[in-house]
Write a protein that binds this ligand. Structure first.
Ligand SMILES: NC(=O)C1=CN([C@@H]2O[C@H](COP(=O)(O)OP(=O)(O)OC[C@H]3O[C@@H](n4cnc5c(N)ncnc54)[C@H](O)[C@@H]3O)[C@@H](O)[C@H]2O)C=CC1
Ligand SMILES: O=C(O)[C@@H]1CCC=N1
Length: 268
């Protein structure tokens, strides 16, 4: 039986735990979770998913895979504490935004590291993840890491430096879409629909649009023009987006998030 150890028990750890158990990648018995102080949170994960939250020294030594899932600001202290507890046996999968593979190997020793940027849709097997590997990752380990991420969605290998952009786009992406949905729901009620109806209509619209982008050979601007009748409603709506500088807002959003990812390694 494998031993998979999460260091950090937050939202993203929970998303991967749920995704991997649902997809039968690991059993709950194979998963161990620890965090810094919140024992109620561990109890919740144990009661909800059946994962092990009692992590003794042997588990640290025997873990086949250790997942770094704390906040980036806590990473250095957590890794320095971890180093004394683990053996050469463990491979590392980091989901830390902004923290370089080199920083991880400086603190945990030279070993196989996969640096991954997933998103919370891993919960339902729909993450879009980016991944980069340390030089120590063997071909076999690379395949295993890719399979782990494919089990909870899609995964694309990128240069490590590109993970900042991946973080800004697909790592944070679900939050932008939820924010958009919040805005649709607010305005929807102002134009005469209930929140529930807006949720149904726009969830299906988002899903349908995503599927069209996947299946169609057309570029997004071509698909957009097919919706936009001259002098019609869409044109009026898009003009309003332009007036309120939609493109500038999106550009600022992604650039700020990317810059934040680059600065996270040094942040408090
Ligand atoms: N939430 C998201 O959508 C995504 C988060 N990430 C990354 O995942 C990591 C975790 O993010 P969240 O789950 O959102 O954070 P969170 O704040 O929900 O959870 C962080 C967890 O780490 C624990 N922790 C802190 N210091 C620790 C230590 N020294 N030893 C053990 N545990 C410690 C905390 O007790 C808490 O359980 C971050 O590095 C973030 O960049 C990556 C992709 C998406
Ligand atoms: O907000 C954050 O820093 C993390 C990384 C990507 C999504 N959540």
């Amino acid at each position: 039986m494998k031993k998979i150890l999460f260091i950090g028990a937050g939202s993203m750890a929970e998303a991967l735990i749920q995704g991997w158990i649902n997809q039968k990648v690991f059993t709950a018995q194979e998963i161990y979770v620890t965090n810094r102080s919140d024992k109620e949170r561990l109890q919740f994960l144990h009661e909800t998913y059946g994962v092990n939250c009692l992590v003794d020294a042997e588990i640290f030594k025997q873990a086949d895979l250790i997942i770094l899932a704390m906040k980036p600001k806590d990473a250095i202290a957590a890794m320095d504490e971890l180093k004394a507890k683990i053996t050469e046996h463990s491979a590392i999968l980091s989901i830390l935004a902004g923290i370089a593979i080199q920083t991880i190997t400086e603190h945990l020793g030279i070993r196989p590291v996969a640096r991954v940027m997933p998103n919370t849709s891993a919960t339902i097997g729909m993450s879009a993840s980016g991944i980069a590997f340390s030089n120590e990752v063997t071909t076999e380990q690379r395949t295993t890491f890719l399979q782990l991420l494919e089990a909870v969605g899609s995964v694309i290998e990128v240069d490590e430096d590109q993970l900042h952009a991946v973080t800004a786009l697909s790592g944070s992406g679900p939050a932008y879409i939820y924010y958009l949905m919040e805005a649709f729901e607010k305005v929807g009620t102002k134009v005469g629909l209930s929140k529930d109806i807006v949720r149904l209509l726009m969830t299906q619209t988002l899903a349908g649009t995503a599927e069209m982008l996947k299946q169609s050979v057309d570029e997004p601007d071509v698909l957009r023009r097919k919706v936009t009748s001259p002098g019609g409603t869409t044109e009026a709506g898009i003009k309003a987006l332009e007036k309120y500088q939609f493109n500038e807002a999106i550009e600022a959003c992604i650039k700020e998030a990317e810059a934040r990812s680059r600065s996270l390694a040094n942040s408090k």
